[in-house]
Every structure is written in structure tokens, then in C-alpha cells.
Write a protein that binds this ligand. Sequence first.
Ligand code: SF4
Length: 99
Amino acid sequence: MATADPAVRVEDKLFQNRYLVDAGRCHIKVRPHTTPTPALKALLTACPARCYELNANGQVEIAADGCVECGTCRIIGEPSGDIEWNYPRGGYGVLFKFG
Ligand code: SF4
């Protein structure tokens, strides 16, 4: 019986995926803000692909190029209006590689 290799990290598995970036049409938008809300701050650690970062002014920004479309940030940030979340246009976004 095969067992999972405990040495395999999530980041290593995510690296197997490929992404087709829809340049200039990010499918997730962060509402402009001066100070991030608790929900926005939570996205910095909740996103498994680490798409959210603090910029030099302490504001939360997104670089969704590595987004796996899991919806975690949608659950945390969309009800409060902190983010606007849509799927990428057809043909764009993550291409999952298994194995
Ligand atoms: S959908 Fe998932 S992977 Fe994409 S930005 Fe949100 S939390 Fe990160």
C-alpha cells in the first residue's frame, strides 16, 4: 500500500501546476483601502498559493498568477466587500497537473 511522502511540501505540489495568465484582467480585485480590515489581513496567511501580500504602504495587494481557484479568499473577503471574486475567463487560469 502506498503512503504519502511526508517530505513533500504543498509548495512543491503547487509548482507542478501551470497557469495561463489573462494579462490585465485579474479575476480577483482587492477593494482600494488605506488600512486593511481584519478580513484582508487574514488573506495574507489563508491563501494556500500566497497570492496576497502587503505592499510598502501596508496595504494588501493580490498577484493572482498562481491562484488555484480554491475559493478560500472568496469566503473570507467577499461577504464584507473587501474583494471581488470571479473565475478567470474560459481558457485562462490554473491548469492542474496531478501526480
Ligand atoms: S482563490 Fe484560493 S488560491 Fe486563489 S487567491 Fe483566493 S485563496 Fe488564493
